[in-house]
Design a protein around this ligand. Structure first.
Ligand code: PLP
Length: 386
């Protein structure tokens, strides 16, 4: 099997399993307990936080562990917008891009539905990019927060986050970015990016599902969403997932160390794969930005096919990939992300996303490109006969 669905999830790395194991077994303490078992869990949690803070170049008090990327996005969008409006009732609008993950988009929709916020959606261009000019058009004195993702999970387009954050700051507005797909592939220094908040998810990095992080700048007020014992400096109550935090931190530190070399190697392989697919299926349409894209994502539409049929054929040929985001898998509706790029619905329904782990090889990608040619050919033949 050739696994080309790493944007959906990744296997847990051995080093990560080894690092987290003690906190699931012998050192199983609750970090809030005052005995030695609790102390050892609290130390592990503090070390995990320090590891994340080092990679993000922030203070440890700015790192909140969450149950995943979705919760980190919810906490950022709702928590910042609600806290800002509580301090100044005129701040009653949030800005998101047209290609956000549902974790951000639905958080903004919730703010509109339940709390009466206005939602301004910044359009993207045909490559999926948000321009500074487009952002400036929707920013205003009532904007409480801007949330624009670092890298898109369906087409891999990478946004000019530092420029967009600077534009938001020009209006005195804090900037959150969903860096769930960027982590491991792109630099994550929050000072260089100039962001006020940033979300991460462990399972895209070789840690287990159900671990995440929200970086939120020290002075940024954040209304908690989960109330209780006041863990995570009151930002996220609930007994901490110590093993999950250790796992995420270990995976983040390892992938950060390898990031530059991996990005160089895998983007080279990605480009060879894109050329091979375009050569064997000349009418394949590459979606997303041709250059400003994640090293790990190659996404296409294959006009005249059905994405789901091509996926099934690919799986028969031993290639595992997806028709878009895992969250939307199984839905017949064309992807809102592809529609936002201006791709017609009938073409959007033929989308396939290939996404790679760090371990991807040249040989696997050559085999996968050959499988794509066979799968698309078979589906087109069947459609002609049918
Ligand atoms: N944001 C993006 C861009 C994602 O791709 C995902 C997961 O696919 C999430 C958020 C949600 O993260 P999690 O699965 O950890 O809840």
């Amino acid at each position: 099997m050739i696994f080309l669905d790493a944007a959906a999830t990744t296997p847990v790395r051995r080093e990560v399993l080894e690092a987290m194991w003690p906190y699931l077994s012998g050192d199983f303490g609750n970090p809030s307990s005052h005995h030695s078992l609790g102390g050892s869990a609290a130390t592990a949690l503090a070390e995990a936080r320090a590891g994340v803070a080092k990679v993000l170049n922030c203070r440890t008090g700015e790192v909140t562990f969450t149950s995943g990327g979705t919760e980190a996005d919810n906490l950022a969008v709702k928590g910042i917008a609600l806290a800002r409006r509580a301090a100044d009732p005129s701040l009653d609008r949030v800005v998101i891009s047209a290609v956000e993950h549902p974790a951000v988009e639905e958080s903004a929709r919730y703010l509109a539905r339940i709390h009466g916020f206005g939602v301004d959606v910044v359009p993207v261009d045909g490559d999926g990019l948000v321009t500074v000019d487009a952002l400036r058009e929707v920013l205003g004195p009532r904007t409480a927060l801007v949330s624009i993702m670092y890298a898109n999970n369906e087409v891999g387009t990478v946004q000019p986050v530092a420029e967009l954050a600077a534009a938001a700051h020009g209006y005195g507005v804090p900037f959150h970015t969903d860096a769930v797909q960027a982590a491991g592939w792109l630099p994550l220094d929050v000072k260089v990016l100039g962001v006020d908040a940033l979300s991460l998810s462990g399972h895209k990095l070789g840690a287990p599902k159900g671990s995440g992080v929200l970086f939120a700048k020290g002075r940024l007020r954040l209304e908690p969403l989960v109330h209780g014992g006041g863990q995570e400096r009151g930002r996220r109550s609930g007994t901490e997932n110590v093993a999950g935090a250790v796992a995420l931190s270990t995976a983040l530190v390892i992938s950060h160390g390898e990031q530059e070399a991996m990005a160089r190697r895998v983007s080279g392989l990605r480009d060879l794969f894109i050329s091979a697919v375009q050569e064997s299926v000349p009418d394949a349409v590459l979606t997303g930005h041709p250059v400003e894209r994640l090293p790990s994502v190659a996404s296409f539409c294959f006009p005249g096919t059905s994405g789901e049929s091509v996926l099934l054929e690919l799986e028969r040929l031993g290639v595992i990939c997806s028709s878009g985001s895992a969250c939307a898998a199984g839905s017949d509706a064309p992807s809102p992300v592809l529609l936002a790029l201006g791709i017609p619905p009938e073409t959007a329904q033929t989308a396939i996303r290939f996404s790679f782990t760090q371990a991807i090889t040249d040989v696997e990608l050559r085999q996968a490109a050959a499988a794509v040619e066979t799968a698309v050919g078979r589906v087109r033949n069947l459609a002609q006969r049918g």
